[in-house]
Design a protein around this ligand. Sequence first.
Ligand code: AHR
Length: 494
Amino acid sequence: MNKVIINSDIEKGTISKHIYGHFAEHLGRCIYEGIWVGEDSIIPNTKGIRNDVLEALKQLQIPVLRWPGGCFADEYHWKDGIGPRENRKRMVNTHWGGVVENNHFGTHEFMLLCELLECEPYICGNVGSGTVQEMSEWVEYMTFDGESPMANWRKENGREKPWKLKYFGIGNENWGCGGNMRPEYYADLYRRYQTYARNYGDNRLYKIAGGANIDDYNWTETLMERASSLMDGLSLHYYTIPGDFWKGKGSSLQFSEQEWFITMQKALYMDELITKHSTIMDKYDPEKRVSLIIDEWGTWFDVEPGTNPGFLYQQNSIRDAIVAALHFHIFHQHCDRVHMANIAQTVNVLQAMVLTEGEKMLKTPTYYIFDMFKVHQDAALLSLETDIENIAVEDFHLPKVSVSASKNDSGQIHISLCNMSLSEKTDVNIQLRGVNKIAEISGEILTADYRNAHNSFENPEAVKPENFTEFTLIDQFIEVNLPPMSIIMLSVKE
Ligand code: AHR
């Protein structure tokens, strides 16, 4: 029997809502088709942004959205994406599929999207192929209130008041697609570029340095040593890839039992990465002023057969939902250092929330995890002790169950649980220490009968949350019966 003690009177910190952040890049059909269809489209839209996707995403209470990349950010020249759309430069998206980028979705359109979603923008500037002046002027264009060349230009383009912009990235993956730099060189460039990303009026930028790839601890060490006093956040990118990045990542739907467990193990590796990068950060920043920003994470599989290899379009199954839940539990656990995370990516790319096909749209299993877990946003992380069995599969050391608990401002407790087993039900005995009397419990579950269960355009609701009642309550003890491949959210009121 698995046992969990939740200390409802011991709070370990706040789970920043920004951990539930998103990322939308000019890649494949994420921005174009997925979000932006243009005002003349037959697909119902609000000033060019498709309504079905907007409605679905609004429901998730997205706190922050990263844009325009990714690798695209270090090739993006923001001035190409403002002014009358018919005059905007048509360029080649060299990194992603070599397709034409007509720049119809630019700064104004992105800021509109954030306004409609009621989320904060997180903009990634161009260090790889852009100048210091270009980055500096972008910040001026967006945030300067008063008379200046860039502010005047913004007004001519229809936006009188500056936008509020907090999160600003100084380049992306500068060890790779963002310039193939050495950490020493990038640290110097970071210092220089960020100097001219100014704070205008009361707008205060939260500057995020391009961080390490996976376990490149030397990158983190060098950046922290040389530039941490000038940054608010340092990023980290890690994708869950069951296979090999270059030789074959694995299929999103056709995978073996073995690949299921490899995927779980690789998702759980995020914990080790955060622990080790944070330990290095502690050396230079023991007060934890600089956050670790996981601004790209999620599953990365081979593209769907017959689709453009540069578009990174993949299906999404109950396996992806479990990967998402595991990541949230890990991020919660590290909430003292991890203040933001952005899943890659919101629509039609990698581990997406929604997939579109022409006028059709469907919600993925991952979407429902973001929906079910939003109750943890900005809640207090509760301390817990666990005694969890291992999954009885050779060569894998995986716990059967992952769990996390939080308490919100109204005192409501949310417990999320996840059973990684493919075939075994499992019981969890939860003791809720520190509560007087439990007045009410309700539950929601996302589960499936097949390991590759997913939503398709033919069957868009095959996987969706349902009411969950498989628990019993005796005093402070809740006994929960978790089906295999399931994620459960319990809401407890005192
Ligand atoms: O999310 C897809 C790509 O993965 C991003 O553009 C890049 O930053 C990363 O390598």
